[in-house]
Write a protein that binds this ligand. Sequence first.
Ligand SMILES: C[S@@+](CC[C@H](N)C(=O)[O-])C[C@H]1O[C@@H](n2cnc3c(N)ncnc32)[C@H](O)[C@@H]1O
Length: 273
Amino acid sequence: MPIQGSNFDFIRQLIRNRTGVVLSEDKMYLVESRLAFLVRETGTNSLDGLVTHLRQQKSNCLTQLIIEAMMTNETFFFRDVHPFEALKIFVLPELLQKRKLEGRLNIWCGACSSGQEPYSIAILLQENFPQLSSWQVKLIASDISTSMLKKSMAGSYSQHEVNRGLSAGLRQKYFHPSGNQWLIKEEIRRMVEFRQMNLTETFSSMPQIDVIFLRNVLIYFDIEMKRKILAGVRKVLRDDGYLFLGGGETTVNLDDSFIPVQLDKAVCYRLRR
Ligand SMILES: C[S@@+](CC[C@H](N)C(=O)[O-])C[C@H]1O[C@@H](n2cnc3c(N)ncnc32)[C@H](O)[C@@H]1O
């Protein structure tokens, strides 16, 4: 379904203003394919009709649907493996030792998509750190997308989704079948607190965090926005905390207050002291 250049630019600007996500000029095909279903749902006949409708109505609901449709939500359980190994072998043993007297640990997944990442962390905690049952552990997962948060909270995954990254053993232990879906067990679901949060806004509602997973989301922003988000991260990350980014992301040449640390096969970031 084609879209006029000026309407494509309108959508690009809208997405950038509201989410920080940069859609490059060659992404017209993406807008055309991802928004086609909204043309059918709104009965606007064409993408140009949909944009005209949006310009006239200034509907918040339609704007949110367009934003959600334009986000890339690719994720899977224990994605890239190494950050989770580093969390298990180096980061959590160290922090558990350091926080022994406090008995408190805060972890934040800053772009959790459909929930596989925070649930992977929750499973990792449950499997390897039984001593945390007597601690106050806050595992916060946030995303801009309400539909992704709804899916996360439901904790319901298809066969294909559980096949991606989960061993049969973990699936058996922490999910139960429900129709043609796999439902995450309540003991894991209740470990995660889901919040809607736009990374381009302030993180003032966040407590001080020990470990931040902010993976595969900075790639969508321009340099200025990456810097702004990292400055926000700096404020909520505890002095001795750890930041994990996606494999194609780094703080290098963006924010000198972070230093990369190699933990076996994973790279994570710590605050320069
Ligand atoms: C590719 S997914 C990454 C999921 C997970 N972190 C992973 O690595 O598997 C990117 C997520 O970032 C979210 N996102 C994009 N812009 C955002 C923003 N400004 N604030 C919060 N979340 C955002 C999208 O909704 C999407 O769910």
